[in-house]
Design a protein around this ligand. Structure first.
Ligand code: SF4
Ligand code: SF4
Length: 152
């Protein structure tokens, strides 16, 4: 199966989960919902800028997650692939950890939404690991399973 279907479906699940979190924040407080709504694209942009620009899939227009590589190629120039520095890894991961952890305090106040959020998140992660990472050429990726045996 093409990586595009799992690549895109995992992103859709991810954004539905984030949408559920934002819905809960909006029901608690309008400003909180707005702040989180702005933080989501900002966080992704910071991560994509620091991480995806160094990925060989951007230049070859074959991003395993489909959408992210396309966005980066429209906004920035790709740079030579190389190992991620500690600073790049840190700056890339913190925004994503933030948008997942930040809404938990309010999300847990609605147990149904809390469960839906985590089921969708975990489903997205499983789909990525099974259908997307296998065959990925970004062997510098912190989560790459192909480091020792790249067959992409
Ligand atoms: S494969 Fe991963 S690191 Fe490479 S461009 Fe796509 S999202 Fe970014
Ligand atoms: S190894 Fe997986 S998480 Fe890393 S860039 Fe490739 S597809 Fe994305």
């Amino acid at each position: 199966m093409s990586y595009k279907i799992p690549g895109l479906s995992s992103i859709i699940l991810l954004f539905i989960a984030l949408g559920i979190a934002d819905y809960q924040l909006f029901t608690v407080s309008l400003p909180l919902g707005i702040v989180y709504f702005i933080c989501i694209p900002l966080s992704f942009l910071i991560t994509l800028y620091n991480y995806c620009r160094k990925c060989p899939h951007v230049a070859s227009k074959t991003c395993r997650h489909v959408l992210f590589g396309w966005i980066i190629s429209k906004l920035f120039k790709p740079i030579q692939p190389s190992k991620y520095t500690v600073k790049e890894a840190f700056v890339s991961l913190i925004p994503l950890v933030f948008i997942v952890i930040f809404p938990q305090y309010w999300l847990v106040q609605s147990i149904g939404l809390f469960i839906a959020f985590w089921v969708l998140m975990l489903a997205a992660v499983v789909i990525v690991r099974i259908g997307v990472c296998i065959g990925c050429k970004n062997v510098n990726c912190l989560f790459c399973p192909n480091k020792d045996n790249c067959n992409a």
